[in-house]
Design a protein around this ligand. Structure first.
Ligand SMILES: Nc1ncnc2c1ncn2[C@@H]1O[C@H](COP(=O)(O)OP(=O)(O)OP(=O)(O)O)[C@@H](O)[C@H]1O
Length: 227
């Protein structure tokens, strides 16, 4: 990345309040194309709030954002195919969408099946989301963000319901398919292994913002200390 590159977004002394309580405080941050960022901090530190703020800022740009919230945003009564297909609804004509919703075309079925294989979900293609486990649903939400061909994926603890093998697989798929991503995590080792920047939040303030080569698990441990 060239240091002169125009950032995707820049936050300067950003604050967020919920009911007069400040939950993000003086956040100054730039995100650049191509960066893989891990967001760390204990529960309630402000990770989701920061991701939502980043999402709001990106939605005012031309960049396509793949958004994987903690609640996943899937439609329970629809199939995995339909949920993932919805990731590209705005890129296709209304007629093509209608045809695929009623009679999924072999081309789209093949593309989505291939993605599902990456997540060990190939058996679930025409199951409804409500028939899947929490961890399977989490992987479907990530597959949908990838299928949407986003410039940047914002994922809020995408590996929280997964065992280590699936969690590693999900993170590596996110890295493989996304140009840029910001991933909120609780696992410091995972963050140090994949990210090219680690941002640590404590009580709404950014207290770490560095390359993993300059950080150790011991340096990140205070992020998880009790208040
Ligand atoms: N809608 C809301 N109304 C009031 N307070 C909120 C709201 N959403 C979050 N908060 C508060 O803002 C603070 C930051 O919450 P946030 O969800 O950003 O933390 P987090 O680091 O993502 O936590 P977790 O790891 O548990 O998801 C917390 O104190 C939380 O209670």
């Amino acid at each position: 990345m060239s240091p002169q590159a125009q950032p995707l977004i820049r936050l300067e002394n950003a604050e967020v309040f919920y009911q007069q309580q400040r939950v993000l405080d003086e956040v100054t941050l730039e995100l650049h194309q191509g960066e893989r960022i891990a967001l760390l901090g204990k529960s309630g530190a402000g990770k989701s709030t920061l991701l939502k703020l980043i999402y709001q800022h990106l939605s005012h740009t031309d960049h396509r954002v793949g958004w994987v919230p903690q609640q996943l945003g899937l439609v329970d009564k629809l199939s995995v195919f339909h949920n993932i297909y919805m990731g590209q609804l705005d890129q296709r004509s209304r007629t093509y969408n209608l045809i695929n919703i009623l009679w999924p075309r072999p081309k789209e079925v093949a593309a989505i099946s291939q993605l599902l294989e990456r997540f060990n979900l190939e058996e679930t293609l025409f199951k409804t989301v409500e028939q899947l486990s929490g961890g399977q649903q989490q992987r479907v939400a990530i597959a949908r963000a990838i299928y949407s061909q986003a410039d940047i994926i914002l994922a809020d603890e995408p590996a929280s319901s997964l065992d280590k093998a699936n969690a590693d697989n999900v993170i590596s798929a996110l890295l493989h398919y996304s140009q840029s991503c910001v991933i909120a995590l609780h696992n410091t080792e995972q963050a140090l292994a994949f990210a090219d920047r680690v941002i640590g939040i404590q009580q709404g303030k950014i207290v770490v913002n560095d390359h993993p080569d300059n950080l150790s698990p011991a340096q990140l441990a205070p992020l998880y200390d009790h208040d």
